[in-house]
Ligand binder design. Structure first.
Ligand code: C2E
Ligand code: CA
Ligand code: CA
Length: 871
């Protein structure tokens, strides 16, 4: 009846749904002959066989009819915690081919005595129903014509993924902290419970929830408090006189009813009468007596509860139960540490309380110990929570590096029982969810964060594209994109905004014509775009559009953030015809772009590869040059010409660095500064230039030119060092230069992402009397607003504007308007890159203070500069 391949196929599906659903299964025919092997291991198989014998199985299978009839049947066994479902597998004519028997251990029904052995996975009924629903769906499609089996497998896994995904986004822990905080209030029990219901109801997005109280006669039922999402859902408000018999769940046991597929018989009327589709009902006991029921209900819409939602509902129940116990024993919570501890101890998630003054853990519950994270991670976790820049309340994800665990943390500040101000944190372990997502993601070829395809899929598609390109004797391209300084940005704006940034980038890329559907996220902040032979004619256009995406700031959490990208481009077949070669070469081109100073696009060429070894030489030589006291680094001086009065007078110089390397010859700054920044060597080199230039200027000042100033370039890397202000102060002291004769040139660059810090540092530098110039203005993210908000004295208009001056009305207008604004703000304007007489003449007419450029002089050695200008 089954062919070999068919069985292999079915086994695969079965293994998959068992794995994702944490259930056990085997496919049998009606005579109990096995078709597939049992999924879940021998131990589990034996354990289940002990719980359900052959006779039971036979009688169960006899309920399935040969043609048509039920597709899903539940079976109740003597062991209440063993849940059994059968799903019929039928052929195209509805004939029964076999039955998938699905077993699961019900975690809600397990008592202390019948704990399942460690190797068994436990779920709850709602989860089982979700899985059974899926299997039913899969079974129904299997024998339809032309059904793609692998699609089914994907479908199976994705549907679960969504569930997990939604659950994790809901930020359970945040609501739980909220609830714990409410619990602490001094109000009456009903008042507190009402608050808790509201938070829980909103979080779970249910139609209504209520707390029903069993009266002292043990028969009548009263409604204590309720919450509903809309007016019409609040039916329970008009409660009237009711008895336990009116509520099918009032048995003392918990119930969760999901969706509309399998409503238990005794619930049918109740559900119908009240137009319900799903519900969670949990008993609350006082001592060992049933005191209340907490219920969450969905009207109309079907609903499948996720594991996370169910654990959450149980936590809420526990909080209410403990609050109730405490109130009944007349122990005011605020005066009883024990009561609070009791509550926290019984809550399902990890809780930890920190003393903010003493910086130590005041209390943590057993679940916190159960997180099993290393001491080091624990310390980092505390640091993370105590971080002074944390908002007063909130939630976030935390990765415990050593223990490789993801935690969802939420915290709030409360007064502890003894009046101390403490931070109360609730922590949920997200690791499994994350791992689960990753695994599924990988198989589905999708990147869960951005919704783009992932690396695996990228390589598959690239392989196909190579074939197509070669076959059609055509060309195609691969663009390898990496965000610049993403790590810094991520640190500065926080993990969640970092994720948001990646998502926004993905979305923007996916909107570009020719990119949509061909875009992949292959690593943290790395993206790939494949440009097929059909789109190859538009390659330049596509690259321009990608550049444009990064030309504007990203709006995240109410603020603008700037992020540029670097891109490496490979063309096939020219640059390679295998996945490995192309990826490797795209990587080389990308790194080339990074080393050229980032924020640029580089096409691969073989020089880059040899240059990679050249780069290593450069790195080695640079390290030894720095170790050798920076002697090889020479400072050149390019005169700055003052044109405020008639004619032009030298008024100082910009210090420009040259590396006169013994092994490599003369190296220009464009070539080695990006690498020096990357290696962190720029700090030492930069301090050297600063010292040299300041000392030289002091010398000029003492020898007849007290008005000469010197401009020194400062890299952002230097600027973000914590000791930069000290470095400048020390230079002033050591060289004795008049502070106002020293100008530091900075670019806006990525530091605009941390404008506050930038303002602070520049402010401190200015407080020393040193001037600050904004370099390369008009490129990158320059905006007139920055001029206003940054504490600067001078604006240097980039040389790219000078080329067009007098010809291009935009360039003219730009220079004019910047000059006007500068005038209003009392700033000086320098235009650099003046090469021609005509340019100088046009600029003479504009409100510019200083000029710099080859027209006057190239950067000169110190001796050349002094012999010409020190007279
Ligand atoms: P920059 O700060 O924009 O420096 C001006 C650059 O323009 C210099 O290039 C200069 O030689 C060049 N230049 C000057 N007049 C003209 C002209 O009329 N036409 C053209 N086409 N170019 C002109 P250089 O010396 O190669 O420096 C390149 C960049 O390297 C500098 O750009 C600066 O960003 C960086 N740099 C140089 N010295 C240092 C330093 O000591 N520290 C740091 N952090 N960066 C430096
Ligand atoms: Ca400069
Ligand atoms: Ca410049």
């Amino acid at each position: 009846m089954f062919v070999e391949e068919e069985i292999v196929e079915l086994q695969k599906l079965q293994d998959a749904f068992c794995k994702v659903g944490h259930v056990y299964s085997v496919l049998v025919d009606t005579t109990l002959q096995t078709i597939t092997k049992f999924s879940g291991g021998v131990e589990a198989e034996r354990y289940i066989d002990d719980l359900m014998d052959l006779d039971a199985k036979r009688s169960f299978l006899s309920q399935f009819s040969d043609v048509d009839g039920e597709n899903v049947i539940a079976y109740v066994t003597a062991a209440k915690y063993l849940m059994v479902r059968g799903v019929a597998l039928r052929d195209g004519n509805s004939r029964l081919k076999g039955v998938w028997i699905i077993y699961a251990i019900d975690m809600d029904k397990l008592t202390e005595d019948d704990m399942a052995p460690g190797f068994m996975e436990c779920i709850n009924e709602a989860q089982l129903d979700a899985t059974v629903g899926l299997v039913e769906n899969v079974a129904a499609q299997l024998y339809r014509e032309n059904m793609d089996k692998t699609r089914l497998l994907d479908q199976l896994e994705m549907s679960h993924l969504n569930e997990v995904h939604n659950a994790s986004r809901l930020q359970k822990s945040e609501v739980m902290t909220e609830i714990l905080k409410e619990m602490e209030a001094e109000d009456s029990f009903a008042k507190i419970a009402e608050q808790i219901l509201e938070s829980a109801g909103m979080y779970l997005e249910v139609s209504e929830c209520a707390l029903l109280k069993v009266e002292a006669d043990d028969d009548h039922v009263d409604m204590l408090c309720e919450w509903s999402d809309t007016e019409e859902h609040g039916w329970i408000r008009d409660f009237g006189v009711k008895t336990k018999a009116d509520f099918p769940f009032m048995t003392g046991r918990p119930y969760t009813i999901s969706g509309d597929t399998m409503i238990p018989e005794n619930f049918a009327d109740y559900f119908k009468e009240n137009a319900l589709a799903a519900g969670i009902y949990l008993p609350i006991t006082l001592g060992d007596k049933l005191a209340m029921y907490i219920m969450f209900q969905m009207c109309g819409k079907a609903r499948k509860w996720t594991v996370d939602e169910l654990t959450f509902a149980n936590d809420v129940k526990r909080v209410i139960q403990m609050t109730l116990t405490k109130h009944v024993t007349k122990n005011s919570l605020a005066s009883s540490y024990n009561a609070l501890e009791q509550i926290l101890e019984h809550i399902g998630c990890a809780v930890s309380v920190y003393d903010l003054d003493k910086h130590c853990v005041l209390y943590s519950n057993e679940n916190y110990e159960g997180l099993r994270i290393t001491e080091q991670d624990r310390i980092e976790l505390v640091d993370d929570l105590m971080h002074p820049e944390r908002d007063s309340e909130g939630g976030h994800e935390f990765y415990a590096k050593q223990s490789e665990k993801w935690l969802e943390i939420s915290f709030s500040y409360i007064n502890w029982v003894d009046g101390r101000k403490v931070c109360l944190a609730t922590i949920y372990d997200l690791t499994r969810t994350k791992q689960y997502q990753k695994e599924i993601e990988k198989r589905a070829g999708e990147d869960y964060l951005t919704g783009l395809y992932n690396r695996l899929r990228c390589e598959e598609d690239l392989e196909k594209m190579i074939h197509a390109t070669v076959r059609s004797v055509d060309e195609s391209a691969l663009l390898y994109i990496d965000l610049d300084d993403f790590d810094h940005i991520n640190d500065a704006i926080g993990h969640q905004n970092g994720d948001l940034l990646l998502k926004s980038v993905a979305e923007a890329l996916n909107h570009i014509e020719g990119v949509a559907g061909h875009c992949y996220r292959i690593g943290g902040d790395e993206f790939v775009v494949l440009v097929s032979n059909r789109n190859f004619g538009r390659l330049e256009n596509i690259i321009d559009n990608i550049k444009n995406v990064f030309a504007k700031p990203w709006y995240l959490g109410g603020k603008d953030y700037y992020c540029t990208m670097s891109m490496g481009v490979v063309i096939m077949p020219k640059d390679g015809v295998t996945v490995d070669t192309l990826m490797q070469r795209a990587d080389i081109a990308l790194h080339w772009a990074k080393n050229q100073g980032k924020n640029r696009v580089e096409y691969y060429n073989s020089n880059q590869a040899s240059n990679t070894s050249e780069r290593l030489d450069l790195e080695r030589a640079m390290r030894s040059a720095v170790e050798d006291g920076c002697k090889e680094f020479e400072v050149y001086y390019q005169p700055l010409m003052d044109i405020t009065n008639d004619g032009e007078r030298c008024c100082g110089a910009e210090a420009l660095l040259r590396w006169n390397s013994k092994s490599l010859g003369m190296v220009m700054p464009d070539k080695f500064i990006p690498l020096a920044e990357y290696l962190g060597l720029i700090n030492e080199i930069g301090s050297h230039v600063l010292h040299e230039a300041a000392a030289r200027c002091k010398y000029w000042n003492d020898f007849g030119h007290p008005e000469y100033k010197v401009n020194v370039n400062l890299s952002v890397v230097q600027l973000v060092q914590t000791d930069i202000v000290d470095v400048v102060r020390k230079t002033l002291e050591e060289t004795n230069i008049k502070p106002s004769n020293l100008t530091l040139e900075v670019t806006e660059s990525l530091a605009v992402n941390d404008m506050d810090k930038m303002q602070q540092v520049l402010g401190e530098i200015k407080a020393l009397g040193v001037h600050v110039a904004l370099d390369d203005f008009g490129t990158g993210y320059s905006s007139l607003n920055h001029i206003r908000s940054m504490p600067i004295d001078v604006i240097k208009i980039d040389k790219c504007f000078v080329g067009d001056i007098g010809e291009d009305s935009f360039a003219d207008a730009f220079v004019t308007s910047v000059s006007q604004l500068a005038d209003a703000l009392d700033l000086n304007v320098v235009v650099e890159g003046v090469e021609l007489e005509e340019q100088k003449e046009v600029l003479d007419e504009m409100n510019v203070d200083m000029l710099q450029g080859f027209f006057f002089d190239k950067p000169l050695t110190q001796e050349e500069f002094e012999s010409k200008y020190l007279i």
